[in-house]
Design a protein around this ligand. Structure first.
Ligand code: CA
Length: 426
C-alpha cells in the first residue's frame, strides 16, 4: 500500500521494476530495494548504523520494549507478541540482495496487464459494483483504479504474503539496512495489534512488512486504513471492502482528482526535442499541443491541466502525457512502471485499450554493474551523474542528455548499450 516501502514478496511489482524507471531519484530508496509501496517510507531519512558493537537480539529487544512502552504499547502485549521471535535469515538475505538484472518495462507490463488479470478484474469490478460506488462517493476514486491496485498488489487478495510481519520487521530493525525506518514500522505494527484490528498470528505480509490485500506498510496503515464494512475493525487481510476503501482513502490523501485520468498515450512530431521528456518539465496540455504532442484518442481533459511527458523506454518506445493522478499513484509505489501498469490496467477494465507505440523489445537493458560503469565513465568525462549507485535518477539522466547532445543523438536521457560503448572507447 501506500507507504509502499519494500512490499510484499519479491514477486511484486516493485522488485520487478527496472530501477532505471524510478522517477524521483531523490526519493528513491537505497538501490535495489524492492520499490517502496507507500510514500511515507520514502520520506524517511536513512539511518546509518552506529559504530558501537552490535547488541544481541535479546538486548536489542529490551531497548525496543522500553521505547514501545513509552509510546503507549502495553507490556503484556509486547511480551506476548515477541515470545519466541528470532531474526529471520531469509529476510536479511532478501534485504541485502542486489539483483544484477531487472525486467524491461514492456516485460513488466506484459505480466502486470495480462489478459487474464484484465478478465478477472472485470469480473470483480462487476461483483463489487455496489460497494465500489459507495467508496467512490466517499473518497472520489473510481472503482476500476482500486481494482487495478488490488490486482497488482495481491492478485486480488489471493497473494498477501506469508511472513510474520512482526518477525520480518524485527529482523530488519535489528539487522537490516535503514534500521531507523524499520523500527518506526515495527512500532506502528505493534500499535495496530494494540488497536485490535488483527491478531498477531494473522498479521502476515511480505518479507518487508507490507500487509493485506493492498499491501500497506504499518505507518500507512495507521494513517489511512479504514473500517468500511462497519464491523469495528480495519481488516485489510480478510475484508476486501476495507482494503479497497483504504486504498481509496490513501489515494485521496495523495491528491487524487476525481474524474481525471492518470494520463494518456501521445504521438510526438518529427524532430521533437526529447529533452522535454523529463519529470521536471511540466506544461499545460495546451502548451504540449503547441509543441505538436497529440493524444492518440481524445482525452477529454481540460487544456489547462498540467502534465509531464514520459518515454518509459526512451525515444524508440511509446510516449505518454502524465497528469496529476499519475503522481498520486507514484505515492503508492514510486515506480513509473508500476504507476503505468495501474493506469493501463484501470483503462482496460473500462474498455480494451492497447498501447499503440511499439516497445523496443530487441533492445538489451543495461545490468546493474553496467549502469554503475556508465555513471563512473560519465563522471570521468566531466558529466555529473551523481553517485555511481546504478540508479538512473535525475542527475544521471541529465548527464546522459548532455552526452547525447554532444554526440548529436536524440537526447532522451535513456541509458543503453550504444551509449556505454561510446564512453568505453573515449
Ligand atoms: Ca472492517
Amino acid at each position: 500500500m501506500p507507504l509502499h516501502f519494500p512490499r510484499r514478496t519479491l514477486a511484486t511489482a516493485a522488485h520487478l521494476l527496472p530501477l532505471l524507471l524510478l522517477t524521483a531519484c531523490a526519493q528513491a530508496p537505497a538501490e535495489n530495494l524492492p520499490a517502496p509501496s507507500s510514500g511515507a517510507a520514502l520520506s524517511q531519512p536513512l539511518i546509518e548504523p552506529a559504530d558501537a558493537p552490535a547488541p544481541s537480539f535479546a538486548e536489542w529487544r529490551q531497548g525496543l520494549r522500553s521505547e514501545a512502552l513509552a509510546a503507549g504499547i502495553d507490556g503484556a502485549l509486547f511480551d506476548r507478541v515477541f515470545a519466541g521471535i528470532t531474526p529471520d535469515p531469509a529476510v536479511i538475505k532478501a534485504d541485502s540482495s542486489q539483483p544484477e538484472f531487472t525486467r524491461p518495462v514492456w516485460e513488466y507490463l506484459d505480466g502486470a496487464v495480462s489478459a487474464s488479470r484484465i478478465g478477472r478484474g472485470r469480473v470483480l469490478l462487476a461483483q463489487h459494483h455496489a460497494v465500489l460506488k459507495r467508496i467512490e462517493q466517499q473518497y472520489g476514486v473510481e472503482g476500476r483504479v482500486l481494482v487495478a491496485i488490488w490486482g497488482l498488489e495481491s492478485n486480488f487478495g489471493s497473494n498477501i504474503g506469508s511472513h510474520s510481519v512482526i518477525r520480518s520487521l524485527a529482523t530488519l530493525a535489528y539487522d537490516g539496512r535503514r534500521q531507523g525506518f524499520w523500527r518506526g514500522q515495527l512500532l506502528a505494527a505493534l500499535q495496530i495489534l494494540q488497536n485490535g484490528d488483527i491478531g498477531s498470528d494473522r498479521m502476515l505480509g511480505s518479507w518487508a512488512g507490507a500487509m493485506g490485500q493492498t499491501q500497506f506498510m504499518p505507518t500507512t496503515y495507521n494513517q489511512h486504513a479504514v473500517d468500511f464494512d462497519g464491523d469495528g475493525r480495519r481488516d485489510l487481510w480478510g475484508s476486501s471492502t476495507d482494503a479497497l476503501a483504504s486504498a481509496a482513502h490513501y489515494l485521496q490523501a495523495s491528491g487524487w482528482q476525481p474524474g481525471q485520468p492518470w494520463g494518456f498515450e501521445v504521438r510526438l512530431p518529427a524532430g521533437f526535442d526529447y529533452a522535454l521528456a523529463d519529470p521536471e518539465q511540466r506544461r499545460s496540455l495546451a502548451e504540449w499541443a503547441e509543441l505538436g504532442v497529440r493524444p492518440l484518442l481524445p482525452s477529454g481533459v481540460a487544456a489547462s491541466a498540467r502534465a509531464n511527458l514520459s518515454l518509459p523506454a526512451g525515444h524508440r518506445g511509446p510516449a505518454f502525457l502524465l497528469l496529476d493522478n499519475f503522481r498520486s499513484i507514484l505515492k503508492y509505489n514510486n515506480s513509473t512502471a508500476y504507476a503505468l501498469a495501474i493506469g493501463l490496467l484501470a483503462d482496460n477494465l473500462l474498455r480494451p485499450t492497447e498501447v499503440q507505440g511499439s516497445w523496443p523489445r530487441g533492445e538489451r537493458q543495461l545490468g546493474r554493474s553496467e549502469r554503475v560503469e556508465l555513471q563512473e565513465l560519465l563522471a570521468q568525462n566531466g558529466f555529473d551523474p551523481g553517485p555511481a549507485d546504478g540508479i538512473i535518477g535525475a542527475n544521471t539522466r541529465k548527464a546522459i542528455r548532455a552526452l547525447q547532445l554532444q554526440l548529436n543523438w536524440p537526447a532522451d536521457g535513456y541509458p543503453n548499450e550504444a551509449l556505454l560503448e561510446q564512453l568505453r572507447v573515449r
